[in-house]
Ligand binder design. Structure first.
Ligand SMILES: [Zn+2]
Length: 425
């Protein structure tokens, strides 16, 4: 990853207005400082990788983060909503309050791992890449600490526990430490199967809405009856483009039909997951399954569509009701900040650094939305795959691996972004 020095003067004049040469050179410093600490960040990432901790139990992880932030000279607050840690970096002048968030927890997983730094804890792995997120967060803190004379405003590094269980962010935003930060903007990323070097972002919803539905009947249905009926409902409610199905996640990262294509098959869809469960309770029979919808405004109408589909079958007389029993809000990027961030990253680091995402991935979500409900923010997807080296950073997959070069990309790009956003008058 390289800055484009020959374009700097021209592009800076567009992106930032009239800046002095001294102000422009700060991003060259950021790139240089990132390169210098890259090896140490890889070591940090591998240490987290070897010592994964489950949601709610990020004790060693929090200690390591605290130690590192203190060594950089940051003020540190610990024990926030459990094992959360906040590092505070004050710039040299007044400006905005900007936060960068990294999640801390690992996942239950026992897939084979041939890395020399594989997990030392049986049954636990950093299979979602949060070890990479923490290394990047600490890297940005280190780079910006080195360049704090150029920062106006205050940067908050939020290390958040319990993301996988979707409770960490929700708990953190209720703390007094969160309200006293008085944040203007917040940013975060997730490593994904995109090629290393690439950053992808989208205004508004980044993922599909996931809802759990429950359909209730008077009498029990046999296994076969339940499957037939559920399949009928799936067919009747399905909405998708021709071609690849939106549940075929690996295709989301294919440049021809994936998220980077304006005509991607990963937009404007509704589907029910193939798997469902049944339950007998209180003399009633329930079928429960998950659906994925890209358009929030369709959510209220889906239930009546399901009702209609059932009323056209022989199960009509046994049918009692259908309802949503579970569903989280989904990551929602601020439109204006997304566009500003994209322009800035591409101006600084090359036109293809940040590409537009035109789709919404099903199955995945992030509790970062609870921060975004309080503060305008942007959540980025960061490429971690290197197909030539057979590294595919497909989160939670058995062969999840990350090209650690993405740490360099993340640290330089987002140090630049945060510094510029803090300095906006
Ligand atoms: Zn994750």
């Amino acid at each position: 990853m390289k800055l484009k020095p020959h374009l700097i003067i021209f592009l800076f004049s567009i992106a930032f207005g009239c800046k002095t040469l001294e102000e422009k050179s700060i991003h060259l410093n950021i790139e240089k400082d990132t390169k210098e600490i890259f090896d140490s960040l890889v070591e940090i990432r591998r240490d987290f990788h070897q010592n994964p901790e489950l949601a709610g139990n990020e004790i060693r992880t929090a200690k390591m983060i605290t130690k590192h932030l203190l060594s950089l000279g940051l003020e540190v607050k610990t024990g926030i909503a459990g094992n959360g840690v906040i590092g505070i970096l004050k710039g040299s002048g007044d400006g905005k309050n900007i936060a960068w968030r990294a999640d801390m927890d690992a996942i239950p997983s026992d897939f084979s791992d041939d890395a020399s730094y594989k997990s030392k804890v049986k049954g636990l792995q950093h299979g979602c890449g949060h070890d990479v997120h923490m290394a990047i967060g600490l890297g940005i803190a280190e780079v910006l600490a080195k360049n704090k004379e150029a920062i106006n405003g205050t940067i908050y590094f939020i290390f958040q526990p319990e993301e996988e269980t979707f409770v960490g962010a929700k708990n953190m935003v209720t703390t007094s430490e969160f309200s006293t930060m008085n944040l203007d903007e917040i940013y975060a990323l997730h490593v994904t199967a995109l090629p290393v070097g690439q950053i992808m972002v989208k205004p508004n919803e980044l993922y599909a809405y996931q809802k759990r539905i429950q359909i209730t009947f008077k009498d029990n249905l046999s296994k076969e009856e339940a499957k037939d009926l559920y399949d009928t409902i799936r067919t009747e409610t399905l909405r998708k483009k021709d071609g690849v199905n939106p549940w075929e996640i690996p295709k989301a990262f294919d440049s021809a039909i994936g998220l980077s294509n304006p005509n991607t098959v990963f937009k404007d869809y509704l589907f029910l997951e193939e798997n469902f469960v049944t339950e007998e309770a209180n003399n009633q029979f329930h079928i429960k399954g998950y659906l994925y919808e890209t358009d929030k405004s369709n959510l209220p109408n889906i239930l009546s569509k399901i009702e209609q589909a059932i009323n056209n079958t022989t199960f009509k007389d046994q049918f009692i009701s259908v309802s949503y029993i579970q569903g989280n809000p989904t990551v929602l990027n601020d439109e204006e900040l997304t566009s500003k961030a994209m322009n800035l990253l591409n101006d600084l680091y090359g036109d293809e650094t940040a590409v537009m995402n035109y789709g919404q991935i099903p199955y995945f979500n992030d509790d970062f939305i609870y921060f975004q409900q309080k503060v305008p923010g942007v959540y980025f997807l960061l490429g971690g795959s290197n197909y030539e080296k057979e590294i595919v950073a497909m989160n939670h997959a058995p062969n999840f691996r990350v090209d650690e070069k993405c740490i360099k990309v993340g640290v330089a790009s987002f140090s630049s972004l945060i510094l510029e956003r803090a300095n906006v008058k």
